[in-house]
Design a protein around this ligand. Structure first.
Ligand code: CS2
Length: 497
């Protein structure tokens, strides 16, 4: 088989077994600017739009991808080399692979090279929507106060250097200012990150920055920008060198950065697009008036479930989510956590079969072909736990309901933060707060509560005696008996209830 470097000119050479864009990409205009062109965006939004672009009447809805951080240089170089093309490899539960070249990213910009180009693009009259996957930690939210963190040195930098911003807030503010000055019209800012009320949070954070840096712009934003909430879902592990090699071997495609994901996909969006939107219903996106119950369900069950399996699995020495969740002790713990501590807080999901949703979720986690990395799941826990697990904990505590599984997982996280698993192997921790977590975890060795006193993560949780007691007991139990024994014990208690 001849190998082909993936780009516009090799597209027609790609042989059977791979579908390719069948629309004229040179006619596609970027109506969307997307910030954060990671694996998830490329498995999700870009895939939906690629499907939509096959109807040529949608050619105004291509994507301009923006790489915001210097860390993103590699994805920018790859997209540039490959004319924005990449292969999406979808792995079914039975291991069948579907390979599809995605063509919806028609332009790409690297912000550190040219902040001006990014600001101008965001202000371009053809652009009607700016979408974001900037990670749960990218919103500059102080968990202790629920407010925008004005002490962040990068935020201060942006306010002093408006033409050379470093953060998304600096970019959006300058772009909106330009839209106002040049009268290029209203725009929608759509967050696609896993945060409850992601649209509300984006609006609140952006307006806080604007009030600080460009207060005269506030009124214009209020009447010209909408911030729909959305729920996004598709498990997309990090691409491994073996994925790249396999694609080349099986299909002859030399793609420097393909994306591998599961077949499940879901996108539920609040229909609030002030400057119009593509007809995404045609490709299965659900538009609803109130997305909150869906977000709460997905974050509380799936994302929290991931963290639960990830943290316990990591201490037990597993490398992937499927390995950990198919350990019966961990699988049962997860199922009990979801049933007993999360399901009771989920409401207003008429027509949604939660039992089936949870079963599907466990099947998705167990997919041996996906091999989602525990390192990926546990990365940036300090930003994820407050969004995935703690809102449920707070609600359960308010109603005097069970928190034993959640407190156990947080205790396991305290031990995880010391940097070693139960086989005494070093854990590859990736977290913006890693050093502080380590310091608190050290203190917790003599006084477990100290871990919960990290307000930037836990807010006022250390004021709850019920939670602190449950946490301290779990902590001591894990230290004395190990995760596995404690989990088995907790599982048997749940059984006898
Ligand atoms: C994961 C998510 O990062 C995480 O911790 O839970 O990336 C998850 O795989 C996606 O939200 C699935 O939609």
């Amino acid at each position: 088989m001849t190998n082909h470097k993936l780009n516009n000119s090799s597209l027609k050479e790609l042989t059977a077994g791979v579908s390719v864009p069948r629309y004229n990409r040179s006619n596609v205009k970027a109506g969307i600017v997307h910030v954060g062109v990671g694996g998830f965006h490329r498995a999700h939004e870009a895939m939906y739009l690629d499907q939509l672009l096959h109807d040529e009447s949608n050619s105004n809805w291509g994507i301009c991808g923006v790489a915001l951080l210097s860390f993103d240089q590699k994805i920018y170089n790859t997209l540039k080399d490959q004319d924005g093309l990449y292969t999406l490899v979808v792995k079914e539960l039975d291991g069948t692979l579907t390979k599809r070249v995605i063509g919806s990213i028609v332009e790409y910009l690297f912000a550190p090279d040219s902040p001006k180009a990014v600001i101008e693009k965001m202000a371009n009259p053809d652009v009607k929507i700016i979408t974001l996957t900037i990670t749960e930690g990218g919103y500059n939210l102080n968990e202790a106060t629920g407010e925008f963190n004005l002490d962040n040195p990068q935020i201060i930098h942006d306010s002093k250097n408006p033409e050379d911003p470093k953060t998304i807030f600096g970019y959006l503010t300058q772009a909106l200012k330009l839209r106002k000055e040049q009268n290029t019209g209203a725009v929608t800012i759509l967050s696609c990150d896993n945060i409850e009320g992601n649209g509300h949070v984006t609006k609140k954070m952006l307006l806080s920055y604007v009030a600080f840096a460009e207060p005269q712009l506030l009124a214009w934003i209020e009447s010209n920008v909408s911030f729909p909430n959305s729920m996004v879902d598709r498990i997309t592990p990090a691409t491994m060198p073996a994925d790249i090699a396999e694609l080349k071997e099986v299909s002859g495609i030399e793609d420097q950065w393909p994306v591998v994901c599961e077949s499940f996909q879901q996108w539920v969006i609040e229909d609030d697009f002030i400057a119009g939107r593509p007809n995404l219903e045609a490709v299965g996106v659900q538009f609803v008036k109130n997305v909150a119950p869906f977000e709460k369900m997905k974050l509380g069950l799936l994302n929290a479930g991931h963290s639960v399996v990830g943290i316990l699995g990591s201490l037990l020495g597993y490398a992937t989510i499927d390995e950990a969740v198919t350990d019966p002790a961990v699988g049962t713990f997860l199922a009990n956590y979801l049933d007993v501590e999360v399901t009771p807080i989920l409401r207003d999901l008429d027509g949604m079969d939660l039992t089936a949703y949870k079963q599907t979720l466990i099947n998705r986690f167990s997919n041996i072909y996906i091999k989602d990395q525990i390192d990926r799941i546990c990365s940036e826990c300090s930003a994820k736990i407050p969004k995935f697990i703690l809102p449920t904990v707070q609600e359960q505590l308010k109603g005097d309901q069970a928190v034993s599984h959640a407190s156990f997982v947080i205790a396991a996280w305290a031990i995880y933060s010391l940097g070693y698993n139960e086989k005494n192997e070093a854990i590859n921790i990736k977290d913006a707060l890693q050093e502080i977590l380590f310091a608190q975890a050290k203190l917790a060795q003599t006084n477990p509560k100290a871990f919960l006193e990290l307000e930037a993560v836990f807010g006022n949780l250390s004021k709850s005696d019920v939670f602190v007691d449950a946490f301290a007991k779990s902590y001591k139990d894990i230290v004395s008996f190990g995760v596995k024994k404690c989990v088995v014990e907790l599982n048997s208690k749940s059984l006898s209830k």
